[in-house]
Design a protein around this ligand. Structure first.
Ligand code: ATP
Length: 217
């Protein structure tokens, strides 16, 4: 029989414009704590009415590939980039659920900032019916939800039981005690525009790609 602690399939969404160590380091720690064998990075399509990423979909995908090339923990799923339509996470997990079957444990990884804005996401309660949420800490973002109703909603779904996340298909939220990295893609883009150093916050191969393609100037 397969090891129960290797069955939770975890997906990590984001714009990754560009991917940086603030994305990678916390989820590497999360993988150890939550016993994740694999993390699937899933770059998203940005809806037309929202500010567009500076790098194209193909460039964001290429940078993710370079960032994870030497690390077997990670793989890439570009299904959202291939769509013409906006990426609604709840919709993507409906599709993933269809592919994996009702019993397969699935998770979506987010940072604390994304948890705080989750109640504004399209069909966020349906998302929890389709996967667990694994949340990484992020400096500058409070640990409580913006209002009491949302905080009660969060508390009703919280678990610290890793085994449960690997046994149940969906429905729980795990707040991981991951190390803090005060890094954002926004800050990286402005550093690059001002010709400031980023070598301690962006993987070297990604930085080389950015230079080669004259991105974020
Ligand atoms: P931007 O500055 O362009 O908004 P970002 O750095 O926040 O970008 P995204 O691609 O929007 O990066 O984030 C993807 C996911 O990674 C989100 O769930 C976000 O919460 C998480 N994340 C990004 N940076 C960090 C960080 N420094 N620590 C923890 N989580 C992070």
């Amino acid at each position: 029989m397969a090891d129960a602690a290797s069955q939770l399939q975890a997906y990590y969404g984001g714009t990754f414009d560009p991917i940086h160590y603030g994305h990678l380091r916390p989820v590497e720690a999360l993988a150890k704590t939550a016993k994740l064998a694999q993390i699937v990075i899933m770059p998203n399509n940005v809806p037309p009415h929202r500010p567009q990423p500076r790098a194209s979909s193909a460039q964001r995908k290429a940078m993710v590939e370079l960032a994870i090339a030497d690390n077997p923990l990670f793989s890439l799923d570009d299904r959202e980039l291939q769509r013409e339509t906006p990426s609604y996470t709840a919709e993507t997990f409906r599709q993933l659920r269809e592919e994996c079957g009702e019993a397969a444990p699935l998770a979506f990884i987010i940072g604390q900032d994304s948890l705080l804005s989750l109640p504004r996401w399209y069909h966020y309660e349906q998302l929890l019916e389709r996967c667990h949420l694994l949340v990484c800490r992020r400096p500058g973002y409070p640990v409580r939800m913006p209002d009491e109703k949302q905080q009660r909603w969060l508390e009703s779904r919280l678990t610290s039981d890793i085994a449960l996340l690997h046994q149940r298909p969906a429905g729980h939220i795990f707040l991981a005690d991951t190390p803090l990295f005060d890094i954002s893609a926004t800050d990286i883009r402005s550093r690059l525009a001002e010709n400031r150093r980023c070598d301690d916050i962006v993987p070297p191969a990604v930085l080389a790609y950015i230079r080669e393609h004259h991105l974020y100037r």
